[in-house]
Design a protein. Structure first.
Length: 101
């Protein structure tokens, strides 16, 4: 199934500490911990049928924009989060020690 990224509505589920999007009944999500002024990205998971279409990137973009708007320091713990930030240098400043303190 082809996914239209422009129509995806990623939401922050504060109760479960995830950014999520449901596609055709399947959950795709970014797990995080918000610890004070830090947003720790633990895992990004996309349902196998939808992988390779940019959904993980969309989840990262929404989470990083949330961090930026709330002056949070981002700590990427999963390999995809590290990869995404390295390949989108506009977000590297969010990982600087001292940000948000």
């Amino acid at each position: 199934m082809k996914v239209d990224l422009d129509k995806l509505q990623v939401t922050r589920n504060e109760a479960d500490n995830i950014f999520e999007v449901w596609i055709d009944g399947h959950l795709c999500k970014l797990d995080y911990i918000q610890d004070g002024n830090n947003l720790v990205i633990e895992h990004v998971g996309v349902y196998p049928e939808f992988r390779g279409q940019g959904i993980a990137g969309k989840l990262m973009e929404v989470a990083l924009e949330y961090a930026k708007q709330n002056s949070l320091r981002v700590i990427p713990m999963c390999s995809y989060a590290v990869y995404y930030i390295r390949n989108n240098p506009q977000y590297i400043e969010l990982t600087n020690p001292g940000r948000g303190e």
